[in-house]
Design a protein around this ligand. Structure first.
Ligand code: ZN
Length: 91
C-alpha cells in the first residue's frame, strides 16, 4: 500500500515494524500517565505513530517519528527529539 497523508496506511504494528518504530509507552510530562503510540502518521519527511489525545490536550499527545528517508534513519534519536518539538502542538 502506498503511504500518503490522505491514505495513511495499515495498523500500528505493521507500520511500526516496517519503519522500525519503537512502540514503547510514552509518559505524558504533564499528568504522568503512559500512553502507547497507536495512530500511524505520515508526512512528506516523517513516518511516525502518535498517541491518542487525552485530557492534557493535543500538545501532550506524544509522537514517535523516524525520517521517511531510510538513509538518515541512523540519526533517528536526534530526529526523534527534534520532531517531538516540531510536532508537539500539531495534529
Ligand atoms: Zn497527560
Amino acid at each position: 500500500m502506498k503511504e500518503s497523508i490522505l491514505n495513511p496506511v495499515v495498523d500500528a504494528d505493521t507500520f511500526a515494524a516496517r519503519h522500525k518504530i519503537d512502540l514503547k509507552p510514552i509518559k505524558c510530562p504533564k499528568c504522568g500517565l503512559e500512553f502507547t503510540p497507536s495512530i500511524p502518521w505520515v508526512s512528506k519527511e516523517w513516518r511516525g505513530i502518535k498517541c491518542e489525545e487525552h485530557e492534557c490536550g493535543p500538545e501532550y499527545a506524544a509522537f514517535v517519528v523516524v525520517p521517511a528517508d531510510p538513509k538518515v534513519r541512523a540519526r533517528r534519536k536526534r530526529f526523534y527529539l527534534e520532531a517531538m518539538k516540531l510536532l508537539g502542538g500539531k495534529k
